[in-house]
Design a protein around this ligand. Sequence first.
Ligand code: C5P
Length: 229
Amino acid sequence: SRYFALIPAAGIGARIGADIPKQYMPLAGQPMLMHVLDTFAAAGAISHVFVVVSADDGYIADLMAAAPHLQGRVTLLFHGGATRRDSVLNGLQAIREEVGDDDWVLVHDAARPGLTCALIERLVETLRDDLVGGLLALPVVDTLKRGDQNARVAQTVERAELWAAQTPQMFRYGLLLRALTLAEAVTDEASAVEQLGLQPRLVEGSPRNFKVTLPHDVALAEMFLKEKF
Ligand code: C5P
């Protein structure tokens, strides 16, 4: 089976407070999404990269025009949806003719520019013979509290078994399409697969693969992107 990347990049990134969508914010001299596309284009295991953008995206054409090295490696899908799950599901439906049920799909947030080829390789090597699939994730370091409506602690959650989910999340095309079609209100692919009663595998990710979300994240992301690895 082959390995494909699917990148939902149709969000508006409201929490970052910038005047352009988050995935196009400049980071270390490149739009955030460009870092992600470069990494997947350079990853030996990946056959092709699909990017889901919104139908009225006004930035992607300029990005692609500035990236002749991505020609033939990246296909744009103008099928963004109302939620991340909708964007991913629309993307999966749009590539139906090009991908087989047993091919692997690595779904990765455009907002995680710190991904490296080494992390992709670790995920692919760990899961290539897996029956379910899985995701990059990091063991949680903070003590976590569940709060009530009055911001009072309702419960302390046992930290020892907790992981923070990252992306890529890697599942076979047929399974992922079925899972996301049936899923209700999920914020990642693994949750949809869990709703089928399956247990995705957790593969250790990296702090540098964090999701750029809030204004102060930009400086941290630039620090990681300038690092040699
Ligand atoms: O908003 P958040 O950071 O959780 O978004 C995660 C990823 O999902 C981003 O790459 C964003 O562009 C994408 N997304 C999408 N369609 C939406 C919402 C988010 O493709 N409707």
